[in-house]
Design a protein around this ligand. Sequence first.
Ligand code: SF4
Length: 508
Amino acid sequence: MDYINEKTPPIREDRLGACMAFGGSCCELSRQSKKGCLFQNNRTFSQSQGCQLTLSLAILNTIRDAVIVVHSPIGCGAGLVAQAGFCKGFQKLRDPNAFGLRWINTNLDEIDVINGGEEKLRSAIIYADSEYRPSAIIVMNSCVPALIGDDIDTIIEDLQKQTRARIVPVHCEGFKTKIQATAYDAVYHGILRHLVGAELYEEEDPVLPDEFEELKEKYIISRTVNVLNVSSMSRSDEQELVNLLKALELNVRVLPCYAHPDDFADSYEAALNVSICATHDDYFSEHMKTKYGVPFILKTIPIGIANTSKWLLDIARFFGMEERAEKLIAAEVEELNAALKPYREFLKGKTAFLAGGEIRVITTAELLHSLGMEVLGLRGFHFDRYGEALLDQLIDEIPESERAIINIGTGQPFEQANLLEKLKPDIYIGHPGGNGWANKQGIPVFPLFGQAFNYMGFLGVYEVARRLTRTLKNTSYSRNIVKHARLPYRRDWYSQDPFSYIDQSVAP
Ligand code: SF4
């Protein structure tokens, strides 16, 4: 893969043939995916749509010592207001001196649509550099400047000669794609072009080479892994994974979320890139391999016992430490199984519906199954070859999963409401932004992720089991709220096929 010389990355519809509309069984989705036609599925009605600028911000607003310039009308990125508090708190967990979230909006209006917004962008960047003296200024390009033709790359190239901060353009215009995960490529494209690589930084005074120091550095690099985190991970998730890798005596660097811009400069000097989620990281990992020769591991997300074990074994195998990792896993799993006993007794036979990123929901399905639960349905934002590999693995290991219903779509809560009415799961495990809908149907909810909780690694299995048990032991909130709130759909919608508005006719 090599798009790095382009100003903008391709969209996922083109790069991966990603699918954004499907309804049927897991078995059918896997079958259709192998035929390669899923990307042609469409909707005859779409309730709402995700914007890649918003998702890009979820990663970029975590970067320490940066200023975000949102080049747009005032509404784009307005959700940052709600994120300022936790961004500051979680940045400080990594560095007590971190500033937290700082952002500027260029506030484009009707006059700028006629005259162009370039002057506003220019003055916003100069202001950000002189007022805050950050290490990086991240410029988010939105729909309006893209449509009126503001040349943000030329402005940035020009201003880079005058500013102390590194300026990173991110082309994340919402109208370009229906696959919101294109945001990850937009973010990594900007990072790869403007933060990674020694050639971007002024050379320090040459130091006379010390043979011993050089050998020591080479040794450290040969044991260094970049763990590519996601913004939905908690600090305790990170610590659990770092602890597991440190038990194998590996040196761990965690990128990109909550990293400092300088952390990217020599990130290509690592023995291995390790992904937490292929949906998130394939663009970065592939380019680091193409440009710098850094190999990568991208197969699964370390959620649940089976996937955490596979994740760890893959890394250990790369460093020739498989036997050592097997012993570590055996010891962890033995302790975990003893601790899970009372929770397994309570959770056995309980049913669940999962919604969120497809990689995360498929691996969480395996976790729930290992606790004795049954997954009735899943809902992923989109689907591509990385989802297919994990879905096949789930069906292989848990054959009854092939009957579970799966719905692919971003921003279609009416389809989900219909499905939940039919499936009536004991619990809904979903993206925190969408849990309210299920709650209004009287279904207890459990967040699929949360920056304050632990979900990953072996510790994550225990925490999910403990918190799920607590949620299911007292369901009075969901039982009461349904008496006072309702969703806005007519009753007759619930008697129809939930996938009535998905056009799958192109896939025979
Ligand atoms: S879709 Fe375009 S206009 Fe809407 S929030 Fe996203 S970038 Fe802004």
